[in-house]
Write a protein that binds this ligand. Structure first.
Ligand code: SF4
Length: 102
């Protein structure tokens, strides 16, 4: 289990979470990615990033609301295959929109 960056990060990427992480396990490629990603193999589940996010995008994997649970897999995927993770973000546009409207 790890913390996950969900839909509210998309097209915001405030980056305060990156500064707050004591183990440097949050990253993204500027100009390419639409959100930041947490490395689940590096996250020590300290929770320091949660309150730093002005979008309220970060949750523990066990606390993700149903429409956003896909982002646990997306964050994990980015560290193995960034292109696949980016495609998954794009493919979940409706899920993202519906969750934000909820
Ligand atoms: Fe980094 Fe802690 Fe957030 Fe995990 S919970 S991403 S270790 S700041």
């Amino acid at each position: 289990m790890a913390y996950v960056i969900a839909a509210p990060c998309i097209d915001h990427q405030d980056q305060a979470c990156i500064e707050s992480c004591p183990v440097d396990c949050i990253t993204f490629e500027p100009g390419v990615d639409r959100k930041a990603y947490i490395d689940p193999d590096g996250c020590i589940e300290c929770g320091a990033c949660v309150n730093e996010c002005p979008q309220g995008a970060i949750y523990h994997e066990s606390e993700l609301q149903a429409p956003w649970q896909v982002f646990a897999a997306i964050d994990r995927a980015w560290y193995r295959d960034p292109a696949a993770a980016r495609s998954a973000v794009a493919a979940n546009t409706d899920v993202v929109a519906n969750a934000e409207a909820a």
